[in-house]
Design a binder for this molecule. Structure first.
Ligand code: PMP
Length: 379
């Protein structure tokens, strides 16, 4: 099966698997225990924190390990709500992941504003400064790259505007990390990511936050910021995955193969549209608005042909209604149900992209044939 759902999760990379099993069998002790063997695990954990911080371009005392981006995102809104004035508001892009949208709604009920994107999906930084001047804003949260379309937000500019206005800025970098350069994150006061999106294992993630931020209480782990026994094997695997991702670099060939796939689709399926095609996008994603047939039918056909693709965000699966990302881009509910998401990885070969394009062509022919035979039967 050719795997094209890497924005949902990635296969753990070789380096992550090796580090994980080595740590599970050798470094399984509780890092907070008093033995010298446990102290060695603690030292390794602290070293991993320093190495991760270097990779992110931030100070190690701002990096906490969490269970993933959902926890990190929730932690940010929960912490900010406890320290903000009761009438302050939060500003989000309308295309944030549900773990940001829902956390904002829970902790700032009735006090969440969306930054207009004018159908393009990209936040216009020029509207931010007036918005910050107009109301008391406790936090601005704009993701680095979108999980459904791969569209990249001008988060560095947004971070700078927030800095000038003295308003904290949170960036959900879950889809960016491991795919695009990571060294400039010091510009973000808060940053979230999940290891399994870049070749690590599930159940471990990052929260970058000011050193005084404490968000889960209990034991004194993570210098009292995030209680709970540390997941050293997960952290070791995350570091290995990040190092592997960045040693690979951004090979232009990956983007060329994705672009060639889109070209080939346009040539063979009239009316297909690529969401955000003229915008700056991640190199691994194509969000395709198909001219006919609901996305689940495409997904089923393509799977039978050996290609695993998706309808959009796995976190939205099972939700009624269209994707909020498609709606923000100005598509109707009916159009949103025709969106198929394809997301490769650095391991996806040009031959796999090209075979996916062939499978789409074949799936279209079969879906058309199925629907015309259905019409004949129903007459
Ligand atoms: N933010 C973004 C942009 C994501 O793509 C995801 C995963 N779909 C998350 C947050 C949540 O990550 P996790 O499920 O690993 O907590």
């Amino acid at each position: 099966m050719a795997y094209f759902d890497n924005n949902a999760t990635t296969r753990p990379c070789e380096g992550a698997l090796v580090s994980y099993s080595k740590a599970l069998s050798g470094d399984w002790r509780n890092p907070s225990a008093p033995s010298s063997a446990a102290a060695r695990v603690r030292a390794k954990l602290d070293l991993a924190r320093e190495q991760l911080a270097t990779c992110l371009g931030v100070s190690p005392d701002t990096v906490s390990f969490t269970s993933g981006a959902t926890e990190s995102n929730n932690a940010v809104f929960s912490y900010i709500s406890r320290h903000a004035s009761s009438d302050s508001r939060v500003l989000l892009s309308p295309v944030e992941h549900p773990s940001v949208r829902e956390a904002a709604r829970r902790y700032f009920p009735g006090r969440v504003d969306e930054l207009a994107v004018g159908g393009s999906e990209i936040v216009d930084p020029s509207i931010l400064a007036p918005a910050l001047d107009a109301t008391e804003v406790a936090l601005v949260s704009v993701m680095a790259a979108n999980n459904e379309t791969g569209v990249i937000q001008p988060w560095e500019q947004i971070a700078e505007i927030c800095r000038v206005h003295g308003v904290p800025f949170h960036c959900d970098a879950t889809q960016w990390l491991g795919k695009l350069p990571s060294g400039e994150f010091d510009a973000c006061d808060y940053l979230s990511a999940s290891a399994h999106k870049f070749g690590g294992v599930k159940g471990v993630g990052i929260l970058k936050a000011p050193a005084e931020v404490s968000f889960i209480v209990g034991g004194e782990q993570e210098v009292g910021r995030r209680a709970g026994t540390e997941n050293f094997p997960g952290v070791a695997a995350m570091l290995a995955a990040l190092e592997e991702a960045y040693s690979f670099g951004k090979a232009p060939i990956l983007e060329q193969a994705r672009n060639a796939f889109e070209e080939s689709l346009r040539a063979s399926i009239p009316g297909v549209e690529v969401l955000g095609e003229n915008l700056s996008r991640l190199w691994n994603v194509s969000a395709l608005l198909m001219p006919r047939f609901e996305n689940l039918r495409w997904v089923g056909k393509l799977e039978k042909m050996g290609h695993e693709v998706s309808t959009g965000s796995a976190c939205a699966t099972g939700q009624d209604g269209p994707s909020h990302v498609s709606v923000a881009m100005g598509f109707s509910s009916e159009q949103a149900r025709r969106v198929v998401r394809v997301s490769g990885s650095r391991e996806t070969t040009p031959a796999e992209w090209s075979s996916l394009a062939d499978a789409f062509r074949l799936a279209y022919a079969e879906l058309q044939a199925d629907s015309s035979s259905y019409e004949v039967v129903s007459i």
